[in-house]
Design a protein around this ligand. Structure first.
Ligand code: 2P0
Length: 351
């Protein structure tokens, strides 16, 4: 557990380890959604989830130890982080410091490359990059599985961005101790057959969301009568999704992803009070996707904790899909992403 009063920690002897490290990570989009936690402190999810890491919008994060500083400094996109974001980063660094037996505060400098207002969640790439950079700066050498577990503690979806391509996040075991549950909940790569997928991202609204995903998933689990049925059906979706990916069957992958996402939104709509992220333009894009399918194009939609739509299709169809949805989006903001790499440390501290 992160120390509540870090100054009470015994100072570890100075260690001859890197005092600065820089890492890069990309966001991921879930095809089987993570929605709901069973342990908020450890960020243990209710269900397994599965995602594709993107090749766009990397986050680059540098962590530099500041010996003698009394608090962490967090800079996001060139500006001091707001209190809530800074507290979340410090809580995460406390966890890393505890594991490393170190006490130094740090300067965290993080740059997102999401075009201004693209409205894509950056907590996955953000905490994946922070986990890799902070672990290295504090002298830890975790393997990819341990990094995934660590990133999970910052933001659940971040554990999937540790890996490139398709990744499954295991909810983890519930039969043993809390420590066993913690150890068993991490992401790992998922084998796929012959797939050349793209995700066409239609940016419907770039503004900040009214309800954070963290608060929304808590309310859904606590109050939605549709949550449990969705969680049960999501496990079936996951099994079928793994088979569809292995078979390289993009139609099946898309069908399962679309129904899983719509089901997740149904659980939110049934929460009390309802959480509704879908906007009128979201539904217009969904209509376009339906029409594309009627015209024989394999195109399937998924939406996260916001109104933006990501359309899964073959890479060879992506430009046509982008064209078909462009005029349904207020400012025509549509871009094409493919599978991207896992989080990695930049050589030489990234300087
Ligand atoms: C996902 N989402 O699987 C789901 C689908 C949004 C909808 O992961 O509370 O920012 O930090 O663990 O990871 C967004 O939730 O939440 C998310 P926390 P996170 O991608």
């Amino acid at each position: 557990m992160p120390p509540e009063h870090p100054t009470t920690l015994v100072r570890a002897p100075q260690q001859d380890t890197a005092a600065e490290a820089t890492a890069v990570a990309h966001p991921n989009i879930a095809l089987i959604k993570y929605w709901g936690k069973r342990d908020e402190r450890l960020v243990l999810p209710r269900v397994d989830s599965l995602s594709m890491t993107l090749d766009v919008f990397p986050t680059t994060t540098r962590v530099r130890l500041a010996r003698g500083a009394v608090q962490d400094t967090v800079v996001l996109d060139g500006h001091p982080a707001e209190d809530g974001a800074a507290r979340r980063v410090t809580a995460f660094l406390d966890l890393v410091r505890e594991r490393a037996g170190r006490v130094e505060r740090a300067v965290v400098d993080s740059q997102n490359t999401v075009p201004t207002g693209a409205g894509l969640a950056s907590s996955a790439s953000g905490f994946a990059a922070l986990a890799v950079a902070a672990a290295a700066a504090y002298g830890l050498s975790p393997d990819a599985t341990a990094l995934s577990r660590l990133a999970r503690r910052g933001s659940g979806s971040a554990c999937r961005s540790v890996f490139g391509g398709f990744a499954i996040w295991h909810a983890g075991s519930d039969s043993g101790t809390t420590a066993e549950a913690d150890l068993s909940s991490h992401a790992e790569p998922v084998p796929t057959g012959d797939l050349d997928p793209a995700l066409v991202i239609a940016v419907v609204d770039a503004g900040p969301k009214a309800v954070s995903s963290r608060a929304a998933m808590r309310r859904t689990v606590d109050t939605s009568p549709l949550y449990e049925p969705w969680a049960v059906s999501s496990e079936r979706d996951l099994t079928e999704m793994r088979a569809a990916l292995l078979a390289g069957d993009i139609e099946a992958v898309g069908e399962i992803a679309e129904r899983n996402a719509l089901g997740m939104h149904a659980t939110m709509l049934a929460a009390r009070p309802a959480v509704r992220y879908l906007a009128p333009a979201t539904l217009t894009v969904l209509d376009r996707v339906l029409r594309l399918r009627q015209d024989g194009v394999a195109a399937y939609a998924t939406m996260d904790a916001g109104p933006n739509v990501k359309v899964l299709c073959r890479r060879t169809d992506a430009e046509g899909v982008a064209e078909a949805v462009r005029d349904a989006v207020p400012d025509g903001s549509v871009l094409v992403a493919g599978p991207g790499p896992g989080a990695r440390l930049l050589p030489g501290g990234g300087r």
